[in-house]
Design a protein around this ligand. Structure first.
Ligand code: ADP
Length: 472
């Protein structure tokens, strides 16, 4: 079983969120099960800066938009990079502080097309597994340009809110015929929708948790795509993401000042002290430390946090947020940081090491998401003994069971309604749990024992690939 992953980010090369974690770890998990897995990524400036030992595989030219676009395919281990400096030698993957790159339509159409040509030139595959809108045109190109090839395609939707919507005028420039621009194809309220292209043309479509697979078939969660998803219902499934448990391992995590394991949490206590010191939070290790490591966008429910903020800060807690995102959200949080010095710290950056130290040094991990396709952060938090406080949606619903006051079961605290008062109520429950040291440690231990490794889910993916395989 030869599988090519095509994605716009993957660890350890480039990452802006959970997509990068998944495409970085799932191929290796599949490889362990005997699949021959490869990955194709754009060759971004951040990857160039790593000075990896690279093999030059081939140089090709694509005619797109009336231009000849040369590119080089480079290889590092199981990963192929599409090097095209005009499109990818930039500081950000998708955007600058001012917003999305205006030529993203061309960058990722080109990427999908060049990735397909690369797979063909390398002798083909059994399955091409594409991820999100940035790679979603690949099944369309495969069907238009190579209708007789044997490759089967799987589209994984990591977040249906991001669809790649562009003006219909781009169609000739991305090399697709007007015949694909119909309501049953790429057309979406007058625009071209890349993700929809993948949904229509991929042989199978899946998303990253069973609950989200159900949710995106509803008007409320589909961002307009429930109609087209209904036509693919028989080919739509949900497979829960896993995490790379050797990378996210508090007993072997070099980013931590002190390592620790479920049987000895002394290092975690010290990590909390170090984190308070590092960030300038008041040295009050007896107060529960709540953290959030997240993209600061509406999806993540930061408005619930802001709506409950002042009442929350009247509780005996410390709070830290790490993230970047929408300017209004960042500005509102900056104002709160000024209002609560020593109690609340905001770190506006992407910092992998600090994220690790926050998972380790915190007592509670906040994820009040309005929607959450899977969510990896809550699984990482569990593994690091930080009890998740989550809204019951998508993958959060599939991974976090509410603490039961009588039986003492559950691995976190969850709430239903996306309102500041329900969120505040959940935080109050967390504070009460923390005050009862034994109960808190029991829930922490249950969380640390949860298995969110890729093993089970990688098996499900492999079974899905086999179900798609062309009869030989
Ligand atoms: P999403 O993919 O929607 O951003 P996930 O929970 O699936 O959310 O994955 C988020 C991943 O990105 C986690 O590994 C989290 O630790 C990481 N992350 C998010 N923001 C930051 C940040 N500012 N600095 C470091 N890591 C971050």
């Amino acid at each position: 079983m030869k599988v090519f992953f095509v994605a716009s980010e993957a660890m350890p090369y480039a990452k802006t969120g959970g997509l990068g974690d998944v495409t970085g770890s799932l191929p290796a998990a599949l490889h362990m099960l005997g699949a021959d897995t490869f990955l194709i990524l754009p060759f971004y400036r951040t990857i160039m800066a790593k000075n990896l030992p690279l093999e030059q595989v081939m140089t090709r030219t694509l005619a797109m938009g009336g231009r000849a676009l040369p590119y080089t395919v480079l290889r590092h281990q199981q990963t192929y990079f599409i090097a095209q400096n005009e499109f990818f030698e930039r500081d950000g993957l998708y955007n600058t502080h001012e917003g999305d790159y205006p030529d993203n339509w061309m960058r990722f159409a080109f990427f999908a097309r060049a990735a397909l040509e690369t797979i063909v030139a390398l002798g083909g595959a059994d399955v091409i597994h594409v991820h999100d809108w940035q790679a979603a045109l690949l099944p369309v190109y495969l069907s238009v340009l190579y209708p007789k090839r044997r490759e089967k395609t799987l589209l994984t939707i990591h977040n249906i809110a991001y669809q790649g919507l562009f003006s219909p005028e781009i169609l000739p420039d991305i090399g697709l015929p007007s015949s694909v621009f119909t309501v049953h194809g790429l057309e979406f309220y007058g625009n071209v929708n890349y993700l929809k292209g993948g949904i229509v043309w991929a042989d199978e479509v899946n998303t990253v948790s069973p609950t989200y697979a159900r949710e995106i078939q509803t008007d409320e969660y589909s961002f307009g795509l429930h109609g087209i998803l209904a036509t693919r219902r028989e080919h739509l499934s949900g497979i829960l993401n896993g995490i790379d448990c050797s990378y996210w391992d508090p007993s072997a995590d070099g980013a931590l000042p002190h390592m620790y394991s479920p049987s000895s949490l002394a290092g975690k206590v010290q990590d909390k002290e170090s984190l308070l010191q590092e960030t300038g939070l008041a040295a009050e290790p007896d107060r529960p430390l709540f953290v959030m490591v997240s993209r600061l966008v509406a999806q993540k429910g930061v408005d619930l946090l802001l709506g409950a903020f002042d009442q929350m800060m009247s509780l005996p807690i410390s709070l830290m947020v790490l993230g970047t995102g929408d300017t209004e959200i960042e500005t509102a949080l900056v104002a709160k940081a000024a209002a609560y010095p020593g109690r609340f710290v905001l770190s506006r950056k992407f910092d992998e090491g600090l994220a690790h130290r926050m998972y380790a040094g915190s007592d509670f991990f906040l994820m009040p998401s309005r929607f959450e396709p899977c969510g990896l952060s809550q699984m990482i938090a569990l593994r690091y003994g930080s009890v998740p406080v989550v809204r019951r949606t998508g993958g959060l619903k599939d991974t976090i069971q509410d603490v039961h006051p009588k039986t003492g079961t559950g691995n976190g605290i969850s709430f239903d309604d996306a309102t500041p008062s329900e969120f505040l109520d959940a935080v109050r429950r967390a504070v009460r749990l923390y005050a009862n040291g034994d109960a808190f440690r029991r829930i922490q231990a249950i969380g640390m024992a949860c298995d969110f490794s890729w093993q089970a889910s990688a098996r499900e993916y492999l079974a899905l690939y086999h179900s798609m395989e062309a009869p030989s």
